[in-house]
Design a protein around this ligand. Structure first.
Ligand SMILES: Nc1nc2[nH]cnc2c(=O)[nH]1
Ligand SMILES: [Zn+2]
Length: 453
């Protein structure tokens, strides 16, 4: 135990000294160096101050100098845990393959068949262990997962997430329509009842960091009655919701034909009670300004999934326009529409998108790499309604963090003596990978290197 703080004050205190890099509401990139940060036994940040306060802090918090974990100057720094606001754990077997078709054909040929396999609990357990370990070692401390329509296997994902120490929302997928792959769908009543069972059973397990999220797949997979029943259910139980919206041109066209009396795609979810301040919708590539305005009014968020939008040739999401409309934005990998499980890849792809958009109109205001980093951390926390708890290194928040080391033996990039800290960070963002993420913490607990086999 570092310092010897009485258990009543939150158990053993851990103290880290070095560089901390994060975002705030007012600044997309703050490099806090050198700083000293304390984490109590409950995993909460209890102080973060400049090092000149060390003496004062050690008296107040009763820690000794020899118990401080000192980071190597320049080569090591902490960033907040990365937040993947949209990932299909059940599509992990296809990750990196099957990207030769547009969305609607891709779903039928590759995606529904792989998801159907999760009826088998053993397959689910093996696959879910792989995906959670993969995301954790890539610095994803919080993930918002889609599972499949199978309740018990969705609960298995919750169990694996809890065992490995990640923070997550997990959704049992709801879908009562699937003409083109009828083996993979539920009856309307089944979808509602099993969602209720999933939520009740998950609550009973009392996993501290795993929460349920109601998951109608998207408009084309759900009958109006299913959406209505889920909408009523979330309203009564104040639950989170995730789905897909306005991802590809073809999809938007079919949706319009299916709901001819609705104003637009967003209006369909809204009329069924599914667009709330606890909603996160993936993609939103073709949302109109009027729809973005509705998102802002409702407090609903968008998960920007640039790799997927490229890989399935869906389109280019204009994050600047959405931010100008004051819509909350997070970043998502959308595995396996997106081929990478890494949020660093999501950051790079989002930067590519903003640059491509700037080529199309002369005074386009590109997102900076700092702003995109903020989307991957603080933005994600807001999109999931967790910004009081995580997203940056503020006192009172949980310590969800990644310890980055640039000079690991097989580092994918080189640092030069004249590189300022900002450039070292930028090199990590553009070139780093899991080899550089030597420790990952969730709620103060070190979860990488892994806790469990
Ligand atoms: N990218 C993506 N879009 C969807 N729309 C409905 N289902 C899906 C899915 O699994 N992936
Ligand atoms: Zn998706």
């Amino acid at each position: 135990m570092a310092g010897g703080v009485p258990a009543a004050l939150g158990g053993s205190l851990r103290v880290f000294k070095g560089t901390f890099i994060h975002s705030t509401d007012t600044s997309p990139l703050e490099i806090l160096e050198p700083c000293i940060l304390g984490v109590n036994g409950l995993g909460k940040i209890v102080f973060i101050e400049t090092v000149d306060k060390e003496q004062e802090l050690s008296e107040k918090w009763h820690f000794k100098r020899e118990n401080i974990r000192e980071l190597q100057p320049r080569a090591e720094f902490f960033i907040p845990g990365l937040i993947d606001t949209h990932i299909h754990a059940s599509q992990y077997p296809n990750m990196g393959a099957c990207m030769d078709l547009p969305l609607l054909e891709w779903l039928v040929k590759y995606t529904f068949p792989v998801e159907a396999k999760f009826k088998d609990l053993k397959f689910a357990e093996d696959t879910y262990s792989k995906v959670v370990r993969r995301t954790l070692r890539n610095g994803t401390t919080t993930a918002c997962y889609f599972a499949t329509i199978h309740t018990d296997s969705s609960l298995k994902l919750c169990e694996v997430v809890d065992r490995l120490g990640q923070r997550a929302f997990v959704g049992k997928v709801c879908m009562d329509l699937n003409e083109l792959f009828p083996e993979y769908k539920e009856l309307l009543s089944e979808s509602v009842n099993e969602t209720e069972r999933f939520i009740a059973e998950l609550a009973g397990r009392e996993y501290p960091l795993v929460k349920p999220i109601v998951t109608p797949r998207f408009v084309l997979s759900c009958s109006a009655e299913l959406m209505q029943r889920l909408g009523t259910f979330v309203t009564h139980n104040n639950l989170h919701i995730q789905s897909h919206i306005s991802e590809s041109r073809k999809e938007v066209e079919v949706v319009k034909k299916t709901f001819p009396t609705c104003k637009n795609y967003s209006d369909i979810y809204n009329r069924h009670g599914l667009l709330t301040d606890k909603t996160i919708m993936a993609h939103g590539v073709y949302l109109s300004d009027q729809e973005l305005e509705l998102f802002r009014k409702k407090g609903a968020a968008i998960s920007h999934c640039p790799n997927s939008n490229f890989s399935l040739c869906s389109g280019l999401f204009d994050a600047r326009n959405a931010l100008n409309h004051k819509v909350i934005i997070g970043l998502g990998t959308d595995v396996s529409g997106g081929y990478s499980p890494s949020m660093l890849n999501a950051v790079r792809s989002a930067i590519d998108v903003t640059k491509i958009l700037s080529l199309r109109s002369s005074n386009y205001e590109k997102l900076s790499y700092q702003e995109v980093f903020r989307l991957a951390t603080l933005g994600g926390s807001k999109a999931l309604g967790l910004d009081k708890l995580i997203g940056n290194f503020e006192v009172g928040k949980d310590f969800d963090a990644v310890l980055v080391k640039t000079n690991v033996p097989d580092s994918p990039f080189d640092v030069f003596p004249d590189d300022p800290q900002k450039d070292i960070f930028q090199k990590f963002l553009f070139l780093g990978d899991d080899r550089n993420m030597i420790e990952v913490y969730v709620a103060g607990r070190k979860v990488v290197p892994f806790l469990a086999p």
